[in-house]
Design a protein. Structure first.
Length: 287
């Protein structure tokens, strides 16, 4: 069977091909469509906004492939989040739709993953969500900064109890994937190894990643405005710099202890989280 024939029988490849063929809107075109939708409720304008941003849903959905869900199901949930974001988007806020929609897309996908995660009931408390989606990422970040990555340090960095970290580690350990294991009973023989990220990405994916990163930086940049000078310096040096500084280095620069720098960082993160929750949802990026 030829490659084209195979693609015709693969719904996922067909969908991705269609999504990539839809042109992006310029900032002016997006603002025009969003304003028209707000003022008139014209569903054609909402559809225009949704279609132009479907590729971002696909890219975000890819980040959650390691949880054993069918990619098309993740995309469908993300699309629902995108549609909800379009309904709530305010073009007068000054940022692009994707900067706002990314939080709703993640919210819908994460809720779906939490509902569907089989074998172990993971729970839906905020602490469990934080650990489930970001625990390993926080550990990696601590290690990369040369800091203590113990259970106690992870709990402190995430504002949780050590017992909550221990509990989630036990639950996650029970769900031990084999790379050759089926992704799900409905996946027609697909294996986890088949959906892991490839070493090289196509140009379309690289461009989409760049646009998404710009959207995230834009959203965080706006959120930084709610911080005081020291909080803004610490968050910027830790999260936005190409070479993140350690808490010890920032403490020395600001004339405070490492512990005080950590407290300022935690307070700043809480302020940013509050603003982003007001804009969209209680979202944590995946690891």
């Amino acid at each position: 069977m030829s490659q084209n024939a195979l693609l015709q029988h693969n719904p996922l490849d067909q969908y991705m091909g269609q999504v990539k063929s839809i042109p992006l809107l310029s900032r002016e075109e997006e603002e025009e469509a969003a304003r028209a939708f707000v003022e008139t409720g014209d569903p054609r304008q909402a559809e225009r906004l949704v279609l132009a941003n479907l590729r971002f849903v696909v890219r975000i959905a890819h980040e959650y492939r390691g949880y054993g869900m069918r990619l098309l199901d993740l995309i469908q949930e993300g699309n629902m989040g995108l549609m909800n974001a379009v309904q709530k988007f305010d073009p007068d806020r000054g940022y692009r739709l994707v900067s706002y929609a990314v939080w709703w897309i993640r919210a819908y996908i994460q809720d779906y993953v939490m509902r569907s995660y089989s074998l172990v009931k993971m729970g839906t408390t905020q602490a469990q969500r934080k650990l489930f989606f970001s625990g390993r990422k926080v550990k990696r970040q601590l290690e990369q900064r040369g800091e203590d990555a113990s259970r106690e340090a992870i709990a402190e960095a995430m504002g949780l109890k050590v017992s909550e970290v221990d509990q989630m580690e036990v639950r996650m350990a029970r769900r031990d994937y084999s790379l050759d294991a089926p992704i799900s009973a409905e996946d027609d023989g697909g294996r986890l190894i088949d959906v892991l990220p490839a070493e090289q990405e196509d140009p379309e994916s690289i461009v989409t990643d760049r646009l998404l990163q710009e959207a995230r930086v834009s959203a965080v940049g706006e959120a930084l405005e709610v911080l005081d000078e020291r909080e803004r310096r610490i968050i910027g040096a830790r999260d936005l710099a190409e070479e993140p500084m350690t808490l010890a280095e920032l403490g020395e620069e600001l004339g405070v202890s490492r512990e005080r720098a950590r407290q300022l960082e935690a307070r700043g993160r809480q302020k940013i989280r509050g603003l982003l929750e007001q804009q969209g949802a209680q979202i944590l990026a995946p690891d």
